[in-house]
Design a protein around this ligand. Structure first.
Ligand code: GLV
Length: 309
């Protein structure tokens, strides 16, 4: 019996400590230390090395330690027919909402623009926008998108959402499916992508979609780099159709230093840190799922085998 932690970002000890604190009775191992592979029932994973999940003959659950699970499916040796769970956590959702709202307010008040003016010694006021003037369109109204939508409504923004199925969120106009996408985009001034990355959403942020946004629209991608066609974004920023893009996620992370996003004046980057799992907040649900696994109960936050999110 036990849990193996598989991740390559130097945080194995952090997760181990948190697990030990909440459930000292569960044996927990880092994947690089000596451990009894046949005893492992659960793997707690973030961006695993390819093939690292294959050596556990009695594995019964793969738990992503984040909201996303797309990285698991990139592994051709991912064991099939084992339940996958993901994290649904109040802080993960709130942190994301606060990050996106900070970006939206920076746009309203032209803060990125003034930072450049400051560097050039330029004193030149330009008109700002008001909350009441802005329509925010959120693609993806899952655990994260819903919290953001509620927070934006609370602040008085006009909010609309496009998602895989109709979502009934008070004050949020709901759209779904490809036939309703054009109407959703037509009135969206700031587009926020919070979709899961699946084969159906890969490359969804492309020229054909950007063209349907009003001229001057802003893009915020805090989901996955794979949603975005980088070249299409650059073209739309350069031809003036889009005003700016705030990106937290990239095809390759860290983003290679020669990528044009680094130096582009209309691209505002953060290093995939909009919202990160807080071990103390997340570990109780991992421990609860381990308990459920051991007693044959239904797991929390199970990923759909067909939808893959
Ligand atoms: C972060 O990207 C996550 O999926 O939790």
């Amino acid at each position: 019996m036990g849990i193996v932690i598989i991740r390559q970002d130097g945080k194995i000890d952090l997760w181990k400590e948190a697990l030990k604190l909440h459930a000292p009775q569960i044996p927990v191992y880092g994947y690089l230390e000596d451990h009894p592979k046949e005893a492992i029932k659960m793997a707690l994973v973030w961006k695993q090395p390819e093939g690292s999940l294959a050596g556990y003959p009695n594995l019964e659950c793969i738990a992503s330690s984040g909201a996303g699970v797309d990285f698991l499916f990139e592994d051709p040796q991912l064991p099939t027919h084992i339940p996958i769970t993901r994290v649904v956590d109040e802080y993960l959702a709130k942190d994301m909402s606060e990050h996106v709202m900070a970006l939206i307010f920076a746009q309203l008040k032209n803060l990125y623009h003034y930072k450049v003016d400051q560097g050039n010694g330029v004193w030149k006021p330009i008109p700002y926008k008001r909350i009441v003037d802005m329509t925010i369109g959120i693609m993806g109204l899952g655990a994260l998108g819903t919290v953001l939508a509620n927070d934006l409504v609370h602040f008085g923004f006009t909010v609309q959402g496009w998602s895989g199925s109709y979502k009934n969120i008070k004050g949020v106009k709901a759209f779904t499916g490809s036939q309703e996408q054009a109407e959703f985009l037509r009135s969206t001034q700031i587009l926020v992508c919070l979709l899961p990355l699946t084969p159906a959403t890969t490359g969804i942020l492309n020229s054909a979609l950007f063209e349907q946004l009003p001229k001057g629209a802003h893009i915020i991608n805090v989901a996955r780099g794979g949603h975005l066609v980088d070249g299409d974004l650059l073209q739309m920023l350069d031809n003036g159709h889009l005003s700016s893009a705030c990106l937290d996620v990239y095809h390759q992370e860290p983003l290679p230093t020669d990528h044009p996003f680094w130096k582009h004046p209309k691209v505002h980057m953060t290093p995939h840190y909009a919202s990160v799992s807080d071990t103390n907040s997340v570990v109780p649900q991992i421990v609860e799922n381990y308990r459920r696994l051991m007693s044959g109960e239904v797991l929390l936050h199970r990923v759909s085998e067909t939808k893959k999110y």
